[in-house]
Design a protein around this ligand. Structure first.
Ligand code: SF4
Length: 186
């Protein structure tokens, strides 16, 4: 099944239009005083809404859960980039919870230290859909980079500032898996 079959032509076109129009809206938004972060968050929200309009029924092995390295606890001694199985699920950070979700649904899970590695992971896993956890900027650029692959973006939380011991709402991550896997809500 290729990406055109994963999404309807209508949704694909709407997402394409969003990607083309967004840079123009970005410039306009900045002129009227919106912050970069506000505009990127709006783009991610619109992208997610378009993807939510589609009914999916993907095999979980075709879903890639992509998370940034900054979600790992800074003091953790285990090297998990490229080897997520090294995580001991000690409860010290969300990486352990993501490993548990991976085992529950059978999706792929990869940790990326930056955009280059994230692109490599996409090439390696060849997913039909991606759930990306990141900040507004990385989500917005990543979503455009991998088009036409459908991406549901989940914003990370940054209680200690950017790129350090970040957090994520696990319910939102699991909801995204359910949307792509076509799992019905109770
Ligand atoms: S959950 Fe995994 S990655 Fe996080 S601190 Fe524990 S062992 Fe390290």
């Amino acid at each position: 099944m290729d990406n055109k079959q994963v999404q309807s032509k209508s949704i694909l076109w709407q997402r394409k239009i969003l990607n083309v129009v967004y840079p123009v809206l970005y410039v306009f938004g900045r002129l009227v005083g919106k912050t970069r972060q506000e505009l990127e968050e709006t783009f991610v929200r619109w992208n997610n809404k378009l993807n939510n309009k589609q009914s999916y029924n993907l095999h979980c092995q075709k879903i890639l859960l992509l998370t940034p390295h900054c979600l790992q606890k800074d003091a953790c001694q285990y090297k998990i980039t490229r080897h997520i199985e090294n995580c001991h699920q000690c409860g010290g950070c969300r990486i352990g919870d993501l490993v548990a979700l991976q085992k529950k649904y059978g999706c792929n899970l990869a940790v990326a230290t930056g955009g280059t590695l994230a692109r490599q992971m996409v090439k390696e896993y060849k997913p039909q859909a991606i759930i990306a956890i990141a900040c507004e900027r990385d989500l917005a650029s990543g979503i455009m980079d991998v088009f036409p692959l459908p991406v549901l973006g989940v914003l990370n939380e940054r209680p200690f500032g950017p790129c350090f011991n970040t957090d994520v709402d696990m319910d939102k991550v699991e909801d995204a898996i359910k949307i792509f896997a076509g799992v019905q809500y109770a």
